[in-house]
Write a protein that binds this ligand. Structure first.
Ligand code: FJE
Ligand code: FE
Length: 296
């Protein structure tokens, strides 16, 4: 049995993420970032996306945060204005620190439906204008272990004695759990962090053993405490992600893909993007093969 928790967190809010249109013809189930939950500090957006060509996310910018793309099925090809290009396949991870500016396209493989999760992690005022950076892990390089009927893939942070090599500028944990029927999880979470669960498959019991079960596409916000307890009392596999982060406690002013602390900084960002300055220089002559630019 895993270590004991003194003060397990309970579920304080629950949301079902329904499909909506985003990008160009793409479908996302947005949980964080929708109207009822604008921000869950430090998390700006959580999208479970499903894209089938010719849909996708053509040329668009980002500034002031990180995008974390974790593929569940199929693949997405990304290409940015500096010529950084690659394909994120099933089980692969791209942790992109947009910092002062990235302009890129994210487009699905031509055949089939591509599915994954994209999380937007805010950066503190000190780090919003840092140099862009990519951290990429292919599926085989993601730390994975199984113990007592519980498999974990450690995207960020650590669990069941294994660690991710990803550096999180905003301290973050991101764990992908698959629990066998009858298994019971106890996972520590730093006390001061905000944390949530998003269910991908099956049904699980979270927080208190007597609480009602929760199925796919639900987001659960966890209350105060030192960790998460979860049970699979069903006859099928249960898969979910557990994500936590240290809250920044700063004002957030967002305009589409630009996230800053003040309206002045947003005005400056729009100016920089339109005039190709302060990190957007390379956007002047760059277009991806998809050309079309995404409105925000
Ligand atoms: C974006 C609209 C968008 N969720 N999930 C406006 F759709 C996007 C955007 C994405 C996105 C991309 C992938 Cl690969 C997966 C996503 C939104 O690109 F950035 C803005 N501003
Ligand atoms: Fe993007």
């Amino acid at each position: 049995m895993p270590e004991k928790l003194n003060d397990p967190r309970s579920v304080v809010r629950k949301f079902l993420a329904r499909p909506q249109h985003e990008g160009v013809g793409a479908i996302v189930r947005r949980s964080i970032g929708r109207f009822e939950l604008r921000y869950f500090d430090p998390f700006l957006v959580l999208d479970e996306f499903s894209v089938t060509a010719p849909a996708g996310f053509p040329d668009h910018p980002h500034r002031g945060f990180e995008t974390v793309t974790y593929m569940l099925q199929g693949s997405v090809t990304h290409e940015d204005f500096e010529g950084h290009k690659g394909t994120i396949g099933a089980g692969d991870l791209q942790w992109m620190t947009a910092g002062r500016g990235i302009v890129h396209s994210e487009m699905p493989a031509p055949q089939g439906t591509q599915k994954g999760l994209q999380l937007w992690v805010n950066l503190s005022s000190k780090h919003k204008m840092i140099e862009p950076r990519y951290q990429e892990l292919s599926s085989k390089d993601i730390a994975e272990t199984t113990k007592d009927g519980i498999k974990v893939r450690v995207i960020a942070g650590e669990a069941l004695g294994i660690k991710s090599p990803i550096y999180t500028r905003t301290p973050t944990m991101y764990l992908d759990f698959t629990m066998e029927p009858e298994s019971h999880l106890r996972q520590p979470i730093p006390k001061s962090w905000n944390a949530f669960v998003y269910v991908l498959e099956g049904e699980g019991i979270f927080g208190r053993s007597k609480s009602s079960s929760v199925n796919a596409h639900h987001l659960l916000l966890l209350g105060a405490g030192d960790g998460l307890e979860a049970w699979n009392k069903s006859s099928k596999l249960l898969r979910f992600i557990l994500v936590g982060g240290e809250p920044l406690g700063e004002p957030v002013v967002q305009f589409g893909p630009f996230v800053m602390n003040t309206q002045e900084e947003i005005d400056q960002t729009i100016d920089d993007f339109e005039n190709y300055t302060n990190g957007f220089e390379k956007a002047r002559h760059w277009r991806s093969e998809f050309g079309l630019s995404l409105d925000f």
